[in-house]
Design a protein around this ligand. Structure first.
Ligand code: NOJ
Length: 538
């Protein structure tokens, strides 16, 4: 593998919902040209790679994860020419772009499904997984528990059941069919040829079904995923595949395999444990998960995150921890969705932005690279009264002007309503105001991002947990040949004193004030409640 392919090991990712980022034509729906207009802002955050939620043509029953035509951009968002322009502008700024590739299923509006459903002799029938009974694959869990009763849905037209792991409007593709395998590769080539830098591959554990298994993470699925990787290596060696596999650590590792499957995988197991650590003031389950996560191949990288466009999933924790996390972070029933919590970062943390900064510091101290979910950089709120996960996908709050500055027009209706009341009202929380205000969360987060980026050791694999016994503090040391940085995080609402031994350290500033003084620490240091301190060994 050549050096070109390593950019992802150091990038900070920025996740955007294109429909709610910026509306450049005034129709009330965000679009590709809108993102283009905001690239300098995105660059200023210190982010290097944009991940766009699905942009292909879709009836939008699942945020675009229900694709109708894999070769067309949804007209609300723009055209292929717009995408090409966006790719160029992103590359000109030294950034990258990855798109969502929905590998596992299509929309039931997709021509393949419609043809296959209408005619059992059509070659498209076998693009999907059909059965005369709904008794097969009984050991498979239901993911969208709040809406689906079964993974099988009855088709009147076909007089058969079809298999679906998500909404019944999202039939699963049949990866035992060579034509489907080839089709998905053609789709990959189509978009990679346009110059994008890779894909976040959606729902990859579920490609193949086998009786007597839970139909997740099957060896046959990994065989196909490796074929996708071979295509990338052979034809697009500078591009990446990022795995969305919400699995226990032991099942997640095979997605990185020997460095011959995915370049990156979201670190799902670590995410809820970060929330637990600050929720209960105890480092133990976070440390346990970090220790349980085996090393990964050199050319691979973890992608860590605090929030994304979905509910905060608490599937991969013990039942006891799930209950605990629900009690702490989802006190109202309406905040629950499936096995998760539909809230944004700032409201989850009670709007305490110092504590939110602590969570980011913990995230950035971990091995891997991180993702920032649009809007979380200013502490946007959520609207739990919207349906499904829409409440964490409200329009970006650019200013205190009309419609939060989200649109250039005055449309009757926005794609989703802006948050215009309470603590997270756009008049109080918006980009324009936070750019101006020196000590704003936006500026503090930018400083933290820049600090992390100034020290490449953070993107390496190695780490040492320090003073694990002092459960109130999460202390992680990162080093390379030239530097050692000790990151201390106080998980509690009381001050904590940490022993530093014989080593002397300088304060590593996430400073927005270049004049801030050097402070030296030796023997011990005291951290205020819910604060962090990163120290560099001298
Ligand atoms: C994971 C995506 O993040 C989620 O938004 C979607 O609903 C499911 N996959 C199904 O595609």
């Amino acid at each position: 593998m050549n050096d070109l392919t390593k950019w992802y090991k150091e990038a900070i990712f920025y996740e955007i919902d294109p429909r709610t980022y910026f509306d450049s034509n005034g129709d009330g729906i965000g679009d590709l040209q809108g993102i283009l207009q905001k690239l300098d802002y995105i660059k200023s955050l210190g982010t290097d790679c944009i991940w766009l939620l699905p942009i292909f043509s879709s009836p939008m029953k699942d945020g675009g994860y229900d694709i109708e035509d894999y070769y067309a951009i949804h007209p609300d968002l723009g055209t292929i020419e717009d995408l090409k322009e966006l790719i160029n502008a992103i590359h000109q700024r030294g950034m990258r772009l990855i798109l969502d590739l929905v590998v596992n299923h299509t929309s039931d509006q997709c021509e393949w499904f419609q043809k296959g459903e209408a005619d059992k002799d059509s070659p498209y029938h076998d693009y999907y997984v059909w059965s005369d009974s709904d008794e097969k694959y009984k050991d498979t869990r239901i993911i969208f528990l709040d809406t689906e009763k079964s993974n099988w849905a009855w088709s009147e037209k076909a007089q058969q059941y079809y298999w679906h792991r998500f909404f019944s409007s999202q039939p699963d593709l049949n990866y035992d069919n060579p034509a489907v395998r080839e089709e998905m590769k053609m789709i990959m080539r189509f978009w990679l040829d346009m110059g994008i830098d890779g894909f976040r591959a959606d729902a990859v554990p579920y490609l193949i079904e086998r009786e007597g298994t839970n139909c997740e993470n099957l060896p046959e699925t990994h065989v196909y995923l490796k074929e996708m990787r071979q295509l990338i290596d052979a034809e697009y060696p500078d591009c990446i595949l990022l795995a969305e596999a919400n699995q226990w650590p032991r099942d997640l590792m095979p997605y990185l395999a020997k460095g011959d499957e995915f370049h990156m995988a979201f670190n799902f197991p670590v995410m809820p444990r970060i929330y637990k650590s600050v929720g209960v003031g105890d480092n133990s389950s976070l440390i346990e998960t970090l220790k349980d996560t085996p090393g990964i191949p050199d050319d691979c990288q973890w992608c860590t995150f605090l929030r994304n466009h979905d509910e905060l999933t608490v599937e991969m924790v013990t039942e006891e921890d799930r209950k605990l996390l629900w009690d702490i972070y989802a006190p109202e029933k309406r905040m629950h969705l499936n096995l998760g919590i539909r809230r944004r970062l700032a409201p989850l943390i009670g709007g305490d932005m110092h504590k939110v900064e602590l969570l980011y510091a913990i995230l950035f101290s971990l091995p891997g690279v991180s993702i920032i979910y649009y809007g979380d950089e200013i502490g946007m709120g959520d609207n739990i009264w919207l349906e499904d996960r829409d409440g964490v996908r409200t329009p970006m709050q650019w200013s205190n002007g009309a419609h939060a500055g989200f649109t250039i027009g005055n449309p009757k209706k926005l794609y989703r309503p802006v948050i215009d009341e309470g603590e997270y009202d756009f008049k109080k929380i918006n980009v324009a105001q936070q750019i101006e205000e020196k000590g704003s969360f936006l500026n503090r987060l930018k400083a933290l991002v820049h600090m992390r980026k100034a020290h490449p050791l953070f993107t390496s694999q190695g780490f040492t947990i320090v003073n694990a016994w002092q459960r109130e503090v999460f202390a992680i040391q990162r080093s390379n040949d030239s530097e050692t940085i000790l990151c201390l995080h106080n998980l509690t609402d009381e001050q904590q004193t940490v022993a530093l031994g014989k080593t002397t350290y300088n304060h590593l500033h996430a400073s927005i004030d270049p004049m801030e003084q050097e402070i030296q620490y030796s023997s011990e240091v005291t951290l205020p409640p819910f604060s962090y301190l990163w120290l560099i060994r001298i």
